[in-house]
Write a protein that binds this ligand. Structure first.
Ligand code: ATP
Ligand code: MG
Length: 336
């Protein structure tokens, strides 16, 4: 029995998470779900978007399965996702994007894993105005050797453990000589310890162009926080959109699994959101928990239903009338 904190989240969160939990429970893995609140729903109920009880639950279970959270607009409200990553030092954000046979896109053989540094860079929250008129603003990007080392180590270990052949570091060290230079140099040092894995370097702007022209040349990609944020939306687009891409946030002693997409309030409450991204996050979570058999069973069932393209949500097949919940039931029925 594994203890997992379950945060259903905002917008489309509850419906996709309920579908995903049903599929996980049917996979054979035994999960003891600890229900917790966060985001806009939590803010409206308790006055805080990240209640103590939720933090305590994750501190205890060390594993969270989380739906998308709406960050309140306005000064003073910091992103809850960023807050959670910081609190548990979830330094590695792993976002795999793989082509699906049944999802038509421009490319057929995309199989890229973005390993994004999740705690440093431009997302450290050091921002201020430099003038009383607020017409000059400064945002600081912080890069450390230790932070760079552990994320690049993570990428190489991931490559080795998952039979991957190549790690590409994406950077802007030609312009940002200090911060990005430190990241690149550290990456080179780490790479030297993994002679069995091919190492490649690309400047981020060139990497973006290569990615949309010849995505097959990328395997594992490691990069700093904001570049990773942007690159992973590119990879999502390459394989069929945000509704398909899971993300794992991994730290030394806690991990959080979620979809890459947000709470999509425009389609909330309509039972049309695609649950595949959070379900694939569930597969990553089962693997993290050592439930490899259940993970494969679940992944095969998701792939079968998505590739058949019949019982899928309208974003995947505009002619389909299958809802979020019904797609989940089709996946459970497809389980062997
Ligand atoms: P947030 O402010 O929480 O990021 P958002 O509306 O920006 O919310 P995104 O994930 O960025 O949410 O989604 C952008 C758009 O992509 C959504 O408005 C929605 O139309 C579509 N989308 C996102 N996720 C899904 C999904 N799971 N299924 C179907 N469509 C989705
Ligand atoms: Mg968004």
């Amino acid at each position: 029995m594994h203890n997992v904190t379950l945060i259903k989240g905002d917008g489309i969160g509850p419906s996709i998470m309920e579908a995903a939990v049903a599929v996980i429970d049917a996979s054979g893995a035994k999960i003891n779900w600890h229900l917790a609140e966060a985001g806009l729903t939590a803010f409206e109920q308790t006055g805080t978007p990240l209640p103590e009880a939720t933090l305590a639950s994750i501190a205890e279970t060390r594993v969270a399965f989380k739906g998308p959270l709406t960050t309140m607009v306005g000064e003073g409200f910091r992103s809850i996702n960023v807050e959670l990553r910081k609190t548990y030092d979830l330094y590695a954000n792993v976002r795999p994007a793989k082509s699906w046979n049944g999802v038509k896109t421009r490319f057929e053989n995309v199989d890229i894993v973005i390993v994004r540094e999740n705690t440093e860079g431009l997302y450290v929250g050091l921002e201020h105005y430099l003038s009383p008129k607020k017409d000059i603003a400064e945002s600081l990007a912080v890069i450390t050797r230790a932070g760079s080392e552990r994320i690049v180590e993570y990428a190489f270990k991931y490559a080795r453990d998952n039979q991957r052949k190549k790690v590409t570091v994406c950077h802007k060290a030609n312009i940002l000589k200090f911060s990005q230079g430190l990241f690149l140099n550290t990456a080179r040092e780490v790479a030297a310890k993994y002679p069995d894995i091919e190492f490649d370097e690309k400047i981020i702007d060139a990497a973006c162009m290569h990615m949309v022209m010849k995505p097959e040349q990328f395997d594992v990609v490691v990069t700093t926080n904001m570049f990773g944020d942007i690159l992973s939306d590119i990879t999502a687009g390459l394989v069929g959109g945000l509704g398909l891409i899971p993300g794992a946030n991994i730290g030394a002693d806690a991990a959080l699994f979620e979809a890459v997409h947000g709470s999509a309030p425009d389609i909330a409450g309509k039972n049309i959101a695609n649950p595949v991204a959070v379900m694939m996050a569930g597969v990553m979570m089962l693997n993290h928990l050592g439930e490899h058999e259940a993970a494969i069973r679940m992944q095969n069932a998701i792939e079968k239903v998505v590739n058949e393209g019949i019982y899928v949500t309208p974003d995947l097949n505009p002619a389909s009338t299958t809802g979020t919940k019904e797609m989940g039931l089709a996946i459970i029925a497809a389980m062997e």
